[in-house]
Design a protein around this ligand. Structure first.
Ligand SMILES: *[C@@H]1O[C@H](CO)[C@@H](O)[C@H](O)[C@H]1NC(C)=O
Ligand SMILES: *[C@@H]1O[C@H](CO)[C@@H](O)[C@H](O)[C@H]1NC(C)=O
Ligand SMILES: *[C@@H]1O[C@H](CO)[C@@H](O)[C@H](O)[C@H]1NC(C)=O
Ligand SMILES: *[C@@H]1O[C@H](CO)[C@@H](O)[C@H](O)[C@H]1NC(C)=O
Ligand SMILES: *[C@@H]1O[C@H](CO)[C@@H](O)[C@H](O)[C@H]1NC(C)=O
Ligand SMILES: *[C@@H]1O[C@H](CO)[C@@H](O)[C@H](O)[C@H]1NC(C)=O
Ligand SMILES: *[C@@H]1O[C@H](CO)[C@@H](O)[C@H](O)[C@H]1NC(C)=O
Ligand SMILES: CC(=O)N[C@H]1CO[C@H](CO)[C@@H](O)[C@@H]1O
Length: 579
């Protein structure tokens, strides 16, 4: 009995850490050619998870002037109901011990090292997020370990890996695994890739299906018999005008150059975002965690608000503007024709596999505008020798050409491909290094520079080359990024394809920053506050308007003509069934 209670506590612990800390870093690192992520987080992520959770508990106690135990209970009361049971038991049993450590002024680094959730590898430095305590980090940890040893409750502390081996828990582990798995195998989505389910790569990622049972009904196809009887392409336009007997789809959409929007990209394109409310104790409430289940089943991405395929009003700050929304208001026949084929960790190499999940049929479907945007992962990695692991220009050329040749076999004639250059990530260090991270704002004790070093030390940095105090390294990383962008530029200049034309544009970071400055904003607001790495909601929305203006001026044919029937479509079909 006792054993199994102890085990569920540990399981909860795992769940909580996984949740919070997959957050803090993992996803951008998962490269497509790695083995599928396992249930158990890497050592580095476990450590970040622990430091994060302990910090939040510590700060909640401080902010509400409560005991550590009360702070844990408070945190439990904020998280979604299904997780609360475990949480309360955990607080009951572990509370006193963590409290004891915290009450002795041990910071989260010390607590986590003493609980062995952070480990020092032989020959490696001792990783820490906070400035080390006066007595020195190793001394503090030794002292904390003695306290932990003498306290009964933690004696049975079970290693993570042993928990799922426990027969009673295998089932639960499977379920958690299912939800937390970063990757739903696309092969499993049988034939029809569109869905009426929002997350788990459902309609937040692609236009919503309007008849999930019929595989020949999906957004983006050319209408079947002018959609006289049913909406075969899900754009909300169907039926026959009783006044003249002409099908509406024919009347409003024939010759309208309908086309979809497809993003082939990375975590920036998918719009990776960890809500800062999850770790800002001064504003923490039940509301702060309401979006937690959705966020995790969407891989911590928010494609529904993203700059290319966003279609819902942002609930995470800023506003939504997207290429899809603009193309839709230019021609309402394009309603719902969007696909966001991007993935955290997407790079020119692993995109080759991911893009197989593109749903476009050369015979039956409308053309599409494809945005190819892997803006950083070809130079970003967390490896020791980061420079050696960057994509070379030669590899880039080969990867992108393979991708384009593949697209040429999948995209309907008349499509367009826009290659987006890599970002210059020096923007991150330049604008963030001495600012306080959300976790460090209460006590002004954690800067982005500290965060970057912590991630670096744990060897889980999403981008060692740019998230570093070493200016030479940052410059070298930008130099490589520029070389890779030039490869894309050259491809757009010199290569021709049968079914689409191809263009290049720089990633519009500089223009975005300038535009935001004129609007009275600060450059740091263009970066995701929690990870200190991805473009923020504001950066995405502003980037859209810049991309749109550029296309309008330089390649107007890509966007197609304005549909003169837009108002009539709206009058007859209202919001066209929504999204
Ligand atoms: C915090 O609570 C303790 C005990 O309830 C009280 O003595 C102390 O004055 C409080 N401190 C502040 C800053 O409210
Ligand atoms: C599926 O949709 C297609 C296209 O609209 C239609 O022709 C066909 O009859 C539908 N099949 C079923 C079983 O409803
Ligand atoms: C977004 O908000 C605006 C203004 O509040 C509203 O007009 C619009 O319909 C909303 N869009 C969506 C997709 O909900
Ligand atoms: C990086 O690699 C070098 C040489 O292989 C090694 O000496 C060093 O300890 C490594 N550093 C880390 C942080 O792994
Ligand atoms: C890095 O690049 C910037 C801009 O090109 C330059 O001003 C600076 O001197 C370079 N720093 C180093 C250490 O190479
Ligand atoms: C900075 O990075 C460069 C390139 O990796 C390396 O050669 C140099 O030793 C680093 N400097 C410091 C102070 O670590
Ligand atoms: C695509 O369309 C263009 C113009 O409409 C035509 O010239 C070209 O031959 C077509 N390409 C293929 C592969 O059908
Ligand atoms: C269906 C699909 O691939 N959706 C992607 C949309 O974009 C996000 C982030 O860019 C990806 O994580 C999704 O996988």
């Amino acid at each position: 009995m006792r054993g199994s209670r102890q085990t569920s506590l540990n399981l909860f612990c795992i769940l909580w850490l996984l949740l919070l800390l997959k957050a803090a870093s993992s996803s951008p690192l998962l490269q497509g050619n790695d083995p599928p992520p396992s249930l158990l987080p890497s050592k580095g992520h476990t450590c970040i998870g622990c430091v994060l959770v302990v910090s939040v508990i510590e700060q909640l106690a401080q902010w509400h002037n409560s005991t550590v135990k009360a702070a844990m209970e408070r945190l439990c009361s904020y998280i979604p109901e299904k997780l609360q049971g475990f949480c309360y038991i955990l607080a009951e049993v572990y509370g006193p011990h963590i409290a004891e450590l915290i009450d002795r002024e041990m910071n989260a680094d010390v607590v986590c090292h003493s609980l062995k959730l952070c480990k020092q590898d032989p020959g490696q430095p001792l990783c820490h997020l906070y400035r080390p305590p006066k007595v020195g980090l190793s001394t503090a940890i030794r002292k904390a370990r003695r306290i932990v040893k003498t306290s009964k409750g933690l004696k049975n502390f079970m290693g993570f890996s042993s928990v799922c081996a426990f027969p009673l828990l295998a089932n639960l582990c499977e379920k958690i695994k299912h939800v937390l798995r970063n990757e739903l195998p696309f092969e499993d989505l049988d034939g029809d890739k569109f869905s009426t389910f929002p997350t788990l790569r459902g309609y937040h990622w692609r236009g919503r299906d309007c008849d999930d049972r019929n595989n020949t009904v999906y957004p983006g196809r050319r209408p079947d018999n002018w959609d006289e009887e049913r909406d075969s392409n899900c754009n909300g336009i169907w039926g026959v005008d009783p006044k003249d007997g002409i099908p509406y789809e024919k009347k409003f959409c024939k010759g309208a150059d309908s086309q979809g929007v497809v993003l082939l990209g990375d975590s920036a394109g998918a719009h990776f975002h960890i809500p800062p409310e999850w770790m800002t104790v001064s504003q923490m409430s039940m509301k702060s965690f309401a979006n937690l289940p959705m966020a995790f089943t969407n891989e911590l991405d928010w494609p529904q608000f993203s700059e290319i395929t966003g279609f819902l009003n942002s609930t995470i700050g800023g506003w939504t503007d997207s290429l899809y929304l603009r193309l839709r208001s230019r021609n309402r026949c394009n309603h719902r024709d969007l696909q966001n084929i991007s993935k955290n960790g997407g790079s020119s190499g692993n995109l080759l596999r991911l893009m197989k999940s593109l749903a476009r049929n050369q015979l039956w479907d409308h053309p599409a505008i494809v945005i190819y945007a892997t803006i950083g992962n070809d130079v970003c990695n967390g490896n020791n020798d980061t420079l050696a692991d960057m994509t070379t220009p030669k590899e880039m050329l080969s990867n992108v050409m393979r991708a384009l040749r593949y697209l040429d076999t999948r995209l309907p004639n008349g499509s367009h491909v826009i290659l987006t250059g890599l970002v210059d990530g020096r923007f991150l260090w330049d604008n963030l290094h001495d600012r306080y991270h959300p976790l460090g704002q209460l006590n002004r004790d954690i800067t982005y520079s500290q965060l970057y070093s912590f991630l670096d030390c744990l060897q889980v940095s999403p981008c060692r080359g740019w998230m570093t105090p070493n200016e030479t390294l940052r410059n070298l990383t930008s130099e490589r990024a520029l070389q890779l962008s030039n490869v894309l530029k050259e491809i757009a200049r010199s290569e021709r394809f049968a079914n689409f034309d191809v263009f290049y544009m720089d990633f519009p970071l500089a223009q975005t920053a300038e535009k935001w400055r004129r609007m009275g904003g600060e450059p740091w607001q263009l970066i995701e506050p929690v990870d200190g790495f991805h473009p923020s909601q504001i950066a995405g929305a502003l980037g859209t308007s810049i991309t749109w203006q550029k296309a309008l001026q330089e390649w107007p044919h890509v966007l197609g003509e304005e549909n003169p029937f837009n108002d009539q479509i709206e009058a007859v079909f209202k919001d066209q069934g929504g999204h």
